[in-house]
Design a protein around this ligand. Sequence first.
Ligand code: HDD
Length: 726
Amino acid sequence: MDNRESAKAPISSSIVPGALNKIKDMATGGEKGRKLAQLDQVSQNVTPDDRITTDWGVKQANTDDWLSISTGDKIGPSLLEDSAAREKIHRFDHERIPERVVHARGAGAFGNFKLYESAEDVTMAPVLTDTSRETPIFVRFSTVQGSRGSADTVRDVRGFAVKFYTQEGNWDIVGNNIPVFFIQDAIKFPDIIHAVKPEPHNEVPQAQTAHNNFWDFVYLHTEATHMYMWAMSDRAIPRSYRMMQGFGVNTFTLVNKEGKRHFVKFHWTPTLGVHSFVWDEALKLAGQDPDFHRKDLYEAIENGAYPKWKFGIQTIPEGEEDQFDFDVLDATKVWPEDIIPVRYIGELELNKNVDEYFPQTEQVAFCTSHMIPGIGHSDDPLLQGRSFSYQDTQLSRLGINWEELPINKPVCPMMNFNRDGQGRHTITKGTVNYWPNRFEARPPAKKEEGAYPEPPVPVAGVKVRTKSAKFREHYNQAQLFYNSMSPPEKNHMAAAFAFELDHCEDPIVYERMSERLAEIDIELAQTVAEMVGGPIPEKQTRANHGKTASGLSQTEYPPEKPTIASRRIAVIVADGFDKTVYDAVTTALKASSALPFTIAPRRSEIYPTGVEKKPGNGVQPDHHLEGMRSTMFDAIFVPGGAESIKTLSKSGRAVHWVREAFGHLKAIGGTGEAVELFKMAFALPGINVSTDDKAVESYGVVTMAKVSPQSLSETVTIAKEGAGLL
Ligand code: HDD
């Protein structure tokens, strides 16, 4: 290779021989597996022939005893000479990197993105126009406020960050599950985050907005009003990452081949529908199973119940952006779907769990500035500052060569003259590391070669620190959101405000907040004020425009097709249970891809009625009643059996299980003697139970008192439909 050739050698020539061909093959056979094939090149698989070595590759006979001067039974001093021991401790000492300053706790997975239709009328980006493509993606979901070890089910906004590994470079949509934000301008981000995070003097509370500083700040900072209405809604306690929407939040631009620009908002809508916990359930789960969301995502993917989201865009042609009563560049405002409909053009599926958390979920680095030709910035002042912040923060988390880390590396060729720095491991052949150079090696790309286009955008103005009048209006959409809620959602919001403000010790904080709520809705304000103490506002202090909008209430997002696939169903039994019903129901649930778990008073074998109680005759429960709680399941089913129901009825824990599930609005099913357990546990007038072989549904409790061979199939239907009530 002469100088000129080697200077031009592609960077990817440093990957192992054959790898390139493999990647090329994947590219021609469909790019779906491209990212995973690339990651495979740097993955280690453990084989039976592997032996422990040092990091410099030398096999080790003993990694348990530090080399020391010892005689017989007498232990002597350890030797500094033991480099293997020192290496082990040294590596351990430096395992931690700074956690993300926000969104520290998260869970990630791989998947694919494909289009239903081309959006070439608005963009030139092939990922949004080429319907034959399946673009590999990585998604990281997160909570915002808590530390890396905090609980999953806290009341919080959820992050929804998507990295598309496209053939034109990486494109990141770094979004949330709520379509608006607390602030309009990035300069305020440190203030809102300091206010929301644990208070500075005692680092309390963890992963909560329920404290003085948060409510003090948002009262004084009225542009947060719309966002905290969302944060106090059920959106902030999602049942699963798989059952929440995602939004790009900021306003971006799309550019088509003719250079025409559109403003755009990005939407992800789950095909499983949008579902939330009730607050009591979320609170308990935070202690009972702090990893609930992380495990839920992992479990669904391992079981082949791949979560899916439809991808939608709302677009406004450049030149038409001033006709609304809000500024389209204001991230505290939604674009009401009645006037700017969402056009669903594609679909995202998650279908592979990570192999190792740290190098993948922890080291993934998203940046709003990662854009590809056809997708661009807007003057949204929040977005502009974000695009500085994300790139900057990766330096302290991951070091200067963070884009080289396997999870962050593009699948298309990446080459330039950025060089060196800590952790650099790409080897670029050639004698020059600058442009222009005498070999004309690695010149900038031309437009027709796919260079990122910068369509000329005229800009004129005066240098100021201010916002326009539309940005200064902070209440209309907060009212619009509240007005659009269903009655149960409104009740949940009142309860959420009452909980949060009850945790504020300083009367000025909760009294002012009650006053503020009177500017949104007087009934809400009065309910909350009465609960938290202080003066009860007497009248609405800002007229309510009375408008509502589509797409805001989560009741508008039922599952695309009713399904119990991936739902966790507890089947509760004790010795003497009805095995015929048990078998029929568990088999049918599995056949519908639901996940039945047998729960019993103990985890050792449980014997059905009519068999001798000896090993091998019973069923092996998955868990015992003390080890798991009803909160961890979507529905419960109790087969009959006189002895089983007698035992369960006498067990405080078993009775609590069904009562708690009822209180959390879960679907409950039971047959035979289970009807007696339910009558005793609920003891509420108005709940009807079956008295014969007819199924009865009442308040989500489905019962059938007598099961005959003929009605067995109906029992199965009841179990499935009961769970389907979710
Ligand atoms: Fe941010 C992380 C979402 C405003 C600064 N942000 C981060 C993550 C998500 C969001 C999902 C986690 C990414 C991951 O999983 O690694 N952030 C948002 C949304 C915003 C927003 C939807 C409003 C529209 N963020 C925002 C502003 C700033 C930041 C205004 C700073 C000026 N965000 C960061 C950060 C983080 C981050 C400090 C922490 C870790 C990281 O970036 O990579 O730079």
